[in-house]
Design a protein around this ligand. Structure first.
Ligand code: AMP
Ligand code: ZN
Length: 270
C-alpha cells in the first residue's frame, strides 16, 4: 500500500487505523521508490498490535518494459539502498519539472512548484501532477488529466529513467529483502517472468485488486511450478470510488510464514 510518502493520500497513521478497523494482522508499506514512511508506519502499527513489514515498490525496467518490483523485509538503514532510493527520487523530481515544461509548451501553465507543494514528498509522480492539474482547474478529474496529458505519448508524458530489474533484485537482496514482481497481470507479458527468476526473483504478487480470477489462477500455478513465493495486496493509494481499497485483498498468515522461511528468520508474529 501507499501513503503520502509517495502517491498515496493517507498518512501512515491513517492507513494503520484503517488496517486495524479491517482486522488486518500484518501489512507492508510499499511506497514507490522510498522507505521514508516505514518508520512512522511501524510505530503506528505497533501501537495497534499489527505486525509491520518494511517494504518499497521499485520502478524498474526489463527490455524497455516498465516493471514494478516489491522489496519486502528490507533493512531500511542499508546504505546502498538509501543511496539508490535517493537517486530514484531525484529522477522523479526532475521528471516533474520536465512534465511541467512540456505542459507549458502546449499552453498549460502548470508550475512544477505547485506539484511539489501539493506532493510534499521526495518521491512525486504522475498522480501528483494530475491532482495539481485538477486543483488549478486545467482538467475536471484525475482520469481526464491522465488521458489528456499524462499517459504514454500524451503531451505531458515523460519516461522515467529506471534501473534494470536484475539490478533491482540485487539491490533488494543486498538490503536483506525479498524481491517480488508486483501485479504481473497488469504488465500483460508473462514472458518477462522466467528471466527474472533467473535473476533471483523470490515471488510474484498473485493476489492484487486489479487481477482477474484467471490472473490469480495462472500466477498461483506458475508460483507452484517455479518455486516462487505468493504474495498479495490491495495496492491501496487512498480513496477509490468513494472507499479505500485496503482490506479488499486478504491472505492467510501462512503466506507471510513462507516469506520468513525463505528469509531464514524465525516466524514471530509481533
Ligand atoms: P508514475 O510512477 O509517476 O509513472 O505514476 C504511476 C502511478 O499513476 C501509479 O500508481 C498508477 O496507479 C497511477 N495512475 C495511472 N493511471 C491513472 C489514472 N488514470 N488515474 C489515477 N491514477 C493513475
Ligand atoms: Zn502509485
Amino acid at each position: 500500500m501507499h501513503t503520502r510518502f509517495s502517491d498515496g493520500t493517507f498518512t501512515p497513521e491513517e492507513l494503520a487505523d484503517l488496517a486495524h478497523q479491517r482486522g488486518l494482522r500484518v501489512l507492508a508499506l510499499t511506497d514507490h521508490d522510498t522507505v521514508d514512511g516505514c518508520q512512522r508506519m511501524g510505530v503506528a502499527c505497533k501501537s495497534l498490535g499489527i505486525e509491520f513489514i518494511n517494504a518499497t515498490e521499485l520502478t524498474t525496467e526489463w527490455n524497455d518494459i516498465e516493471l514494478h518490483l516489491l522489496g519486502y523485509f528490507l533493512d531500511t538503514s542499508n546504505e546502498l539502498l538509501r543511496e539508490k532510493l535517493g537517486e530514484f527520487q531525484g529522477v522523479r523530481q526532475n521528471r516533474i519539472r520536465e512534465m511541467a515544461e512540456q505542459l507549458n509548451r502546449i499552453g498549460v501553465p502548470l508550475k512544477a512548484e505547485s506539484v511539489f507543494d501539493l506532493a510534499r514528498c521526495d518521491a512525486p509522480g504522475r498522480p501528483h501532477v494530475a491532482r495539481a492539474l485538477v486543483q488549478a482547474g486545467f482538467v475536471k478529474t484525475m482520469d481526464e488529466a491522465f488521458s489528456k496529458y499524462l499517459k504514454k505519448n500524451k503531451p505531458g508524458w515523460v519516461p522515467k529513467t529506471k534501473i534494470n530489474a536484475a539490478d533491482g533484485i540485487r539491490l533488494i537482496h543486498q538490503a536483506g529483502g525479498l524481491a517480488v514482481m508486483a501485479h504481473p497481470g497488469l504488465n500483460k507479458s508473462d514472458d518477462l517472468i522466467p528471466p527474472l527468476i533467473e535473476a533471483g526473483l523470490d515471488g510474484i504478487e498473485c493476489f492484487h485488486s486489479r487481477h482477474s480470477t484467471y490472473d490469480i489462477q495462472r500466477y498461483e500455478l506458475m508460483a507452484e511450478k517455479c518455486d516462487l513465493l505468493v504474495t498479495g495486496g490491495s495496492d491501496c493509494h487512498g480513496m477509490n470510488r468513494g472507499k479505500p481499497l485496503i482490506g479488499s485483498i486478504k491472505l492467510p498468515y501462512a503466506y507471510v510464514e513462507k516469506m520468513k522461511e525463505r528469509l531464514g528468520t524465525e516466524v514471530s508474529p509481533n
